[in-house]
Write a protein that binds this ligand. Structure first.
Ligand SMILES: Cc1ncc(COP(=O)(O)O)c(C=O)c1O
Length: 425
């Protein structure tokens, strides 16, 4: 019989072959060995209700029967081709049908890669170099995206501060940083700098919602100053609504990026825009000088494409988004009730499809005001939830459509215990 390794053994093995004992994503002290439906199990067999859901892609839950069936049908017909394939073309059609900004898409393997190309595409299309990014906004791991993502010291706006070693100053020089939800700051930068190619924004920045009118205001400013608007919809796409945040908020960007859900749990993401902008990927249309060279081994991978297509088909069925929002709202209300009962200052921030708590009474509008949060409370909250069988990211909670009443019951108990623990700090 195969020997089962304990979590401690896996952690030790990981520490030998992986820097910082992990993949860089998440607490290396947890080794997940299985996921099914709304639950995951660690290497010691502990079971959790999963609110991490693979950092977003597993909106239907782990191992959804129809997605597995679609993948199993594809596997014997080929796992990857590099060449154009029918499944990838079908996925492109489904995305173009769903997402207002996308007349055409180009596939890549990760969200960060999609964001990198979105920035390059904006530069190619406008012939300008500077990118305006919001402090605290997350757009993957490119040099540009690593600017003022999680700065530990507060730099004067609009100076960009790299969050990673190994990034040349020349990249920072091409970036302008503004506070989220501050249209006046954005307009001042657009007036001062005539060489801005694009504004890149998360329509829900981490869990901080755009203030009413902010996204509409960005759209109007971009039109006024002839700057492209990029929405990073890697996380919001097919989550806030089938057509993403742009459908939910009624603001259509020039370029958008998608990932996570569209790959159904496999490596696939996309950058999309109007055919006119996307023409930069087509040398025959724009010529060598204007051409944006782009290729990738796994681009349009057929296994990812069928998983994404089936996930999207399930999401199109009536009532799915209503149910997702209702589940999220129930969880938000549970948290709020438990924390209020214990007299803990807090706010539940985000959208019912993706949210978490800031332990502060002050309103959170941007990266700096989010700093009013009390991290020790968050740490106790998260660790108590984990003890109570709830698995989540330290700063986000993703509901999934696989959640059951039993899951909500377990979560309720964990939340009540966590609220008592936080009150006792
Ligand atoms: C808004 C946003 N952009 C980009 C990314 C990067 O995507 P990936 O991890 O697939 O590279 C993420 C991932 O969480 C994200 O949330």
């Amino acid at each position: 019989m195969q020997k089962l390794h304990t979590q401690a053994e896996w952690i030790e093995r990981a520490a030998r072959v992986l820097p910082a004992a992990g993949f860089g994503n998440f607490d290396p002290g947890t080794i997940i060995t299985r996921g099914e439906g709304s639950r995951v199990w660690d290497a010691d067999g502990r079971e959790f209700v999963d609110y991490l859901i693979g950092s977003g892609p597993m909106l239907l839950g782990h191992g959804h029967a129809e997605v597995i069936e679609a993948v199993l049908q594809q596997l014997p017909n080929g796992m990857t081709f590099f060449a154009n394939n029918d499944k990838g073309i079908e996925l492109a059609e489904a995305i173009v049908e769903a997402v207002p900004a996308c007349q055409q898409v180009r596939f890549v393997a990760s969200g960060g890669e999609a964001d990198m190309y979105a920035i390059r595409l904006a530069r190619a299309h406008t012939g300008k170099n500077k990118i305006l990014k919001f402090e605290g906004g997350y757009h993957g791991m490119s040099a540009e995206a690593q600017m003022s993502l999680a700065p530990s010291r507060m730099q004067n706006f609009p100076t960009a501060l790299p969050d990673s070693a190994g990034i040349p100053q020349s990249v920072a020089d091409e970036m302008l940083i503004a506070p989220y939800n501050d249209l006046a700051a954005v307009e001042a930068l657009l007036i001062e700098h005539s060489d801005i190619a694009a504004i890149i924004a998360e329509p829900l920045q981490r869990i901080i919602p755009a203030a009413p009118g902010f996204l509409q205001g960005l759209r109007a400013l971009c039109d006024k100053y002839h700057v492209l608007l990029i929405f990073d919809e890697i996380v919001t796409g097919f989550r806030l609504a089938y057509g993403g945040a742009q459908e939910r908020y009624g603001v259509v960007p020039d370029i958008c990026t998608l990932g996570k859900i569209i790959g159904g749990g496999f490596a696939l993401a996309a950058v999309g825009a109007t055919a006119d902008i996307m023409a930069h990927f087509d040398k025959s249309r724009v010529g060598a000088e204007q051409w944006l060279m782009q290729l990738g081994t796994l681009s349009g991978n057929p296994v990812a494409a069928v998983a994404g297509l089936k996930t999207m088909e399930v999401l199109r069925r009536p009532g799915q988004y209503d149910r997702l929002r209702a589940l999220g709202q129930t969880l938000m209300d549970m948290q709020s009730a438990a924390l209020s009962r214990e007299g803990i200052a807090h706010q539940i921030c985000g959208d019912p499809t993706l949210f978490d708590i800031y332990f502060t009474a002050q309103s959170v509008l941007d990266y700096r005001s989010a700093k009013h949060d009390t991290p020790t409370m968050g740490a106790v909250w998260n660790s108590k939830l984990r003890e109570g069988g709830v698995f989540k990211s330290p700063s986000k909670l993703y509901p999934s459509l696989a959640l059951t009443d039993e899951d909500l019951g377990i979560t309720q108990m964990a939340i009540d215990a966590a609220a008592v623990a936080v009150a006792g700090i």
